[in-house]
Design a binder for this molecule. Sequence first.
Ligand code: NAD
Length: 285
Amino acid sequence: MEHTKAPEQVAPVLERAMAVQDSPRVIVLTGAGISAESGIPTFRGEEGYWTVGSTNYRPETLATREAFGKFPDEIWRWYLYRRSVCSQAEPNVAHRALVDLEARLGDAFSLVTQNVDGLHRLAGSKRAFSIHGDIGLMRFESEYPKVHPIPAEVPMIWERDTPMTDLAMAALTSSTGELARPHVLWFDESYDDALFHMTDAMNAAKNASLLVVIGTSANTTLPLIIGSIIAERRVPMIVINRDENAFSDYVEEESAGVFLKGKAGELLPAVCDAIAARFIERCGV
Ligand code: NAD
């Protein structure tokens, strides 16, 4: 598909990225913002809030192991509602642009996503590390690191105000009485390799000659570690976001690349085309 041209500030960033001695490699880091145009709310909007009893919780409080320990049925209900929203969403042009870029770059491409919605996978991304899990999966903590699909007995469509049911709780419980948990990384937990690809994601940053960051508020640990690996190595960045974030501040303060303020769906396809064209020129593939 013909896309509009990438903004002109992108070309000098690509020149720097392609000027490396070894073969250039691109790492793309995505957050909830890339799926906003597919209709999945980010954490920052009103939709992020959830009421338990009479208390209004922010996602940072609710998306924790501690909250799951206190009110597992409410946490499950919140995740089943969010899974339901994700199940009705389709990948958008930004997800698809990354699939096309991967097809053109091959092994020189890697994608690290904080998203749990599965839309990159559904779009066709292959070289992708889901560093915060997948909302369609669950796991029993005693079986670490095994994960399972959420059983078919649990309804896929779950309205925001639907209470938890005994039937769904039973389907989420093992024959030994252990309640499964959503397969996501909670705010009070640590990254690892077996479930969350920590080393793979860091290695992608260590080998990259360009970082493209899309749709994140930059408030989680591994994305910030990736940013600091890239910054230490003086690798250029292209930041696409609706609002300023730590990556855009860094890029602007240190002249370390370009910040394109706006929507992923409007900006990313042309940026991917420009990256692919410059990459093919440089590597002749
Ligand atoms: P976030 O909600 O904290 O931030 C989203 C960012 O995207 C904001 O900076 C916002 O300005 C930007 N944004 C919104 N719409 C955009 C658009 N159309 N184009 C470009 N940018 C846009 O999300 P986060 O930084 O990913 O991190 C918080 C945590 O939230 C992560 O752990 C993630 O797993 C979880 N989360 C995931 C989903 C999902 O899987 N779709 C949805 C909500 C939250």
